[in-house]
Every structure is written in structure tokens, then in C-alpha cells.
Ligand binder design. Structure first.
Ligand code: G6P
Length: 613
């Protein structure tokens, strides 16, 4: 949510800002703007809607001269998407310009205080308060650093902010708390941004700022201060992936590219962690003594990562014999979870920045529980805050609707299941070996789900179903959790009303909604429950539903006796089967969205990284 780019150098800033913002589009936004300091003025251009609107307004940036600037894509929180509410915001006297990601919780109080002192406001945003607060203090001291420090001391909430002052156009100040911000070290130029892709074309040397950090920089120099205001050294890390990893590379959409990347991503997650027939997780420090005294495991996350948590319940309970409870991060803090030294809290997040998930992690730590994070984005807030950390190493994921991050998070759960079960001795060696064997070949089986033949099949079925208004996804056991994710995919990118139900629950309500032509996606891969799921399929068919089935090769003939539209996936260990059965559901949602002309990579109202609660 919201993207920030700041540039100081010798090149024209505006095209660089637009380019950087285009790499942050994936975060979700509904307006965009830039501000360039030049010739004793702060020149602002903003436009509601897509970045292309802003770009055409300023001729791709060429129309705005100046070598220092800040840019922003806004995902509306305070005030509707509009030109006025877009960032950057300039303070009342026109001396300070600000872009901001996050929420200033006490902005109304600050706004009243500043209004009483003569400051006027044009927008409804909390960000305009930051600009005026900095200007208020700057008016008194004429010292930028002092003014920003005083302003920050009054601000409550979350923020990544980049600030320009008309009187000192060769300096930029950026501050960060609970919202992502990186600093990019260039040659004769420096950058700040919400995420690496925004500046990767210009530098690979980045530093992930800590909470409370402030950086004061020119084109040649940067001073870093920590939360206590002490000057500190922040080392540059070298980004080892290429910009092409964050570009479409010939695919029509990032989503289909990332679907295709899943075998490689899964291999990248799993294979370095299997050595000599054992799962080796050097990155974490869970001992047998610690695990033996555990009474409960929570898995806390949002969105698709939460559905990985739902799958983790089946997988970890079966292999480790520990009670596992998946909890939505937005509910976790307020449900008074039973936390203590005997509780392990597994936090799952692609971005590592999701506000609710980060808050849940902090709450778990505050209550004395050990936290283990499964994160994709290196150096993100959750990665830094957790006691133990396992990176998914999926590479950058750009499409808002996750695919490869989901698959790699699930792969980490398998690894953890084997690792913990080995320490606790809860799995017979034969079973451990059987799962490990399948895990080592999982990437190849996932690849078999994405063959050209399968793509054409899914495209064909999408053509049959793309006009439906409602869909239901049903399955049992792990299949029911796969249904949750498949249903979410269809909702988020194809805008079709869709619900997922444990198949056995159908008769307790949802079956009343089944009528002629309702789409029911039935996932039936769990051998012991196949017949039961098929009974549910027959029940909905009898009421007119159009059923699309997903099963393993073993049950293909059986399911075809009842269901005419069927896609099969290869068979693997039952606990690993979700990694295969999710693929046709991702593809079905993708092709249906394509046929409905939806904005697949940037679905309406959604954001990749949800940094507000
Ligand atoms: C958003 C994304 C989802 C993601 C969820 C949690 O809703 O669109 O794809 O699953 O946030 O994000 P996280 O970065 O914490 O995994």
C-alpha cells in the first residue's frame, strides 16, 4: 500500500521518480504524484487513477525540471482518491513537501493544534498534517533536521516519510516507523524507496532502514540516525537478484509468470535445506527440549498466508502431534490468545510488512511466546523482529494475487513438519523418508501441472464458466483449505462472488444457494474421503450445479462418472497434495479473469502489501 520514491542526484528527477513508481504499482494505489525542488520552488504534479495519467500530464517527467524530488502512489485511507488528497502534500506556507506511507493516528489532534496556530489545510489526509507540523517547527528554527525531529516526536502511528524543504533543495530527510523504507546508495546520487525494484535500475546497494531511523542525505552523502537520535552507521547490502526478476519477461501478466515460476521457486525453498536425507534448518534454533514442552502452536497471518496456516494445521498436527491453531492476524491481538513460553507462534508473510501480522508478532513476543517467521522479503520488518526466521526465497512477487509466495510458504511448512517431527520423534522413519522423497520431487510434479496441455484445458473450462455470478469451492481435510485459497483467487482477480466450504458443511446452509448453473469447484484428492466428497458433489449436481472437479490421476475415472469437467494432478504424499491441487485453481481464476477483461495484476481496491490495520 502506497509507494514512495525519493531521488537526489544529477539527472532529471521526474522521469526517475515515475520509473520508480511504476515498479511499485504492484503495491496497490489509486492516485499518484511527484514534487520536484527546483529554482526556489516546490513543483507538484498529481493525478487520480493510474500512473499513466500522471505521466501524460508531465510528458513522462520531461516537463518537470530539477534533480531532486519525491514521488508517491497513494492507496486511499484518509479521504477519497482525488487529485487534492494525492501526495506529495505541501505545507500551508509552501516550504515543506512530504510523501508518506502509513497512518498518523493522532492526526486530528495535531490538525486542530496546527489550525489554532494559523496553518490551513486543503486535503482530508493525515499526511498534510506532517507537512504542516514540520513547517511549523521549521518556521521557528530554520533548521530542517531539528524541525523533522520535533515533528516526529509528536507523530503517533506508522510512517515512512520523505521530506523536501524549498530553502534547502539539495537535502532530503526520510524517517521510518512500522512502514517499509529502504535507502539506496548511488554514485553522485542517492535514493529512498518503499521497495527495491523502484531503484534497482540505478543501484544494487541498499540498506533496509530500522524502525525509528532517520536519514539526512544529499547526492554525495548520507547521515543515519537511530531512534534515540544518535548518529549510526548503516551498511549497504548488495541486492543479488536482477531487475528482470521483477519484470514480465514475455508473459502477459506477472500472475501467469509467477504461476510458471513455482517449480523453480519451490526448488529454491526446499533443495538447499535437504542434506544427506535430513531436513536441515540452520537458520532456526528450536531445540528438542523447547519443542517437547510446547503446549500449543499458533499460525498467524493474513490473506493467502493465513490459508497456508489452515493447511499447516493438518500438516503439523499429523506429523508433530502438536495442537496447531491458525488465527487471522487482525483477530489475534484482540482475542486474548493464551501465550507464554510454552507457545510457539509461527508468523507467515510474503511482504514481511503486513501491519496486522507485524502487530501480532509483537504481541506474541510481549507475552513471552517464541516467534518463528516465514517471510519472503529479505530485511523486512517481520524478518527483523522474529526470534527465528525462515526465508521462502521465492524472489520478488509482483502480482497482487499471490501464487509462488503461497507455494513456497507451504513448502516451508513441509520442511518444518519434518524438522520438528524428527526432533520430537513423532514420525516413523519410513514415513519421514516417504515425505522427504516426495518433497525432493515436488517441484517436478508442480511443473507437470503447468504443461501446455493443462493450460489449454484450464483455458477451455474458463471459457465455460467466465460468465457465472457465484461459485462455491468444496473439499474435505486439506482439500477444504485448498478451496479457501482457490476461492480467494477467483474473488480477488475475477470479481466473482465465491465461497469455500468444507464439503461436509454444505448441508448446514450453503446448499440452499445452489441452483441451476451455479458453479461448484470440487477438490477431491484425499483418498479416504473421496467417496464422502463425491456424495456431496452428487447432492449439488442433483440441484442443478455445474461441477468442475480437481482430483488425482488415481481417481480420474471414478470422478468422471459423475462430473464431466475434470482436471487431474499428479499424485504425491497426501500431505503434500495441496501444492499440486492449488495450481489448476490458480490457472482457472487467471483465465476467467482474463476473459472478463479484469486488471489481473492490480485488482481493484486491493494492495499487495497491506500496511494499515
Ligand atoms: C494481501 C495480498 C495477499 C496476501 C496478504 C498477506 O491481501 O493481496 O496476496 O496473502 O496481503 O500479505 P503478506 O505479505 O503478509 O503475505
Amino acid at each position: 500500500m502506497c509507494g514512495i520514491v525519493g531521488y537526489i542526484g544529477q539527472q532529471q528527477a521526474a522521469p526517475i521518480l515515475l520509473d520508480g513508481l511504476s515498479k511499485l504499482e504492484y503495491r496497490g494505489y489509486d492516485s499518484a504524484g511527484i514534487c520536484v525542488a527546483s529554482d526556489g520552488a516546490l513543483k507538484v504534479a498529481k493525478a487520480k487513477g493510474r500512473l499513466a495519467n500522471l505521466s501524460s500530464l508531465i510528458d513522462g517527467g520531461k516537463a518537470v525540471e530539477g534533480t531532486v524530488g519525491i514521488g508517491h502512489t497513494r492507496w486511499a485511507t484518509h479521504g477519497a482518491p482525488s487529485d487534492t488528497n494525492s501526495h506529495p502534500h505541501v505545507a500551508a506556507e509552501g516550504r515543506i513537501a512530504v510523501v508518506h506511507n502509513g497512518i498518523i493516528e493522532n492526526y486530528l489532534k495535531l490538525r486542530e493544534m496546527l489550525s489554532r496556530r494559523g496553518k490551513t489545510f486543503r486535503s482530508e489526509t493525515d499526511t498534510e498534517v506532517i507537512a504542516n507540523l514540520v513547517e511549523y517547527y521549521y518556521d521557528k528554527s530554520k533548521d530542517m533536521l531539528d524541525a523533522v525531529r520535533k515533528a516526529v516526536a509528536r507523530m503517533e502511528g506508522s510512517y515512512a516519510v520523505a521530506i523536501l524543504c524549498v530553502d534547502q533543495p539539495d537535502i532530503m530527510i526520510a524517517v521510518k516507523k512500522d512502514s517499509p523504507l529502504i535507502f539506496g546508495f548511488g554514485e553522485g546520487e542517492n535514493f529512498v524507496a518503499s521497495d527495491v525494484p523502484a531503484i534497482l535500475r540505478y543501484t544494487r546497494k541498499v540498506c533496509y532502514l530500522n524502525d525509528g531511523d532517520m536519514v539526512v542525505f544529499t547526492k554525495d552523502h548520507a547521515d543515519f540516525y537511530d531512534s534515540l537520535g544518535d548518529k549510526v552507521v548503516r551498511q549497504a547490502e548488495t541486492v543479488d537478484w536482477d531487475l528482470s526478476a521483477a519484470e514480465k519477461g514475455g508473459y502477459d501478466h506477472f500472475m501467469i509468470k509467477e504461476i510458471h515460476e513455482q517449480p523453480k521457486a519451490i526448488r529454491g525453498t526446499i533443495s538447499p535445506r535437504i542434506k544427506d536425507g535430513e531436513v536441515v534448518l540452520d537458520d532456526i534454533h528450536l531445540t528438542k527440549d523447547y519443542l517437547s514442552q510446547l503446549r500449543r502452536v499458533y499460525v498467524v497471518a493474513c490473506g493467502s498466508a493465513y490459508y497456508v496456516g489452515c493447511l499447516a494445521k493438518y500438516i503439523l498436527e499429523k506429523t508433530c502431534r502438536l495442537p496447531v491453531e491458525p488465527v487471522l492476524a487482525s483477530e489475534f491481538r484482540y482475542s486474548e490468545p493464551v501465550l507464554g513460553e510454552d507457545t510457539l507462534v509461527i508468523i507467515i508473510s510474503q511482504s514481511g510488512e503486513t501491519a496486522d501480522t507485524l502487530a501480532a508478532l509483537k504481541e506474541a513476543k510481549r507475552c513471552g511466546a517464541r516467534t518463528l517467521a516465514i517471510v519472503n522479503v529479505v530485511g523486512s520488518a517481520i524478518a527483523k523482529a522474529a526470534d527465528d526466521l525462515i526465508y521462502t526465497w521465492a524472489g520478488p512477487e509482483i502480482a497482487v494475487a499471490t501464487t509462488k509466495a503461497f507455494s513456497t510458504q507451504l513448502s516451508v511448512i513441509y520442511l518444518l513438519a519434518l524438522y520438528i517431527s524428527r526432533l520430537l520423534g513423532t514420525l516413523p522413519r519410513q514415513e519421514y523418508n516417504a515425505i522427504l522423497h516426495e518433497l525432493e520431487h515436488l517441484d517436478q510434479k508442480v511443473a507437470l501441472c503447468i504443461t501446455d496441455d493443462n493450460l489449454s484445458k484450464l483455458r477451455y473450462y474458463a471459457e465455460q464458466y467466465y460468465k457465472v455470478h457465484d461459485a462455491f469451492f468444496i473439499g474435505r481435510n486439506v482439500d477444504s483449505a485448498v478451496c479457501l485459497e482457490g476461492s480467494l483467487k477467483l474473488k480477488e482477480i475475477a470479481y466473482i462472488h465465491s465461497e469455500a466450504y468444507a464439503a461436509g458443511e454444505l448441508k448446514h446452509g450453503p446448499i440452499s444457494l445452489i441452483e441451476e448453473g451455479t458453479l461448484v469447484v470440487a477438490v477431491a484428492t484425499v483418498a479416504e474421503l473421496f467417496d464422502k466428497t463425491m456424495s456431496n458433489v452428487k447432492e449439488v449436481k442433483a440441484r442443478g450445479a455445474d461441477v468442475f472437479g480437481v482430483t488425482t490421476e488415481r481417481f480420474a475415472d471414478e470422478i468422471k462418472k459423475t462430473v464431466s469437467s475434470v482436471v487431474t494432478v499428479p499424485e504425491t504424499h497426501p500431505l503434500l497434495q495441496p501444492s499440486l491441487s492449488i495450481i489448476p485453481l490458480q490457472l482457472l481464476a487467471y483465465y476467467i479473469a482474463l476473459m472478463r477483461n479484469c486488471d489481473i495484476d492490480k485488482p481493484r481496491n486491493l494492495a499487495k502489501s497491506v500496511t494499515v490495520e
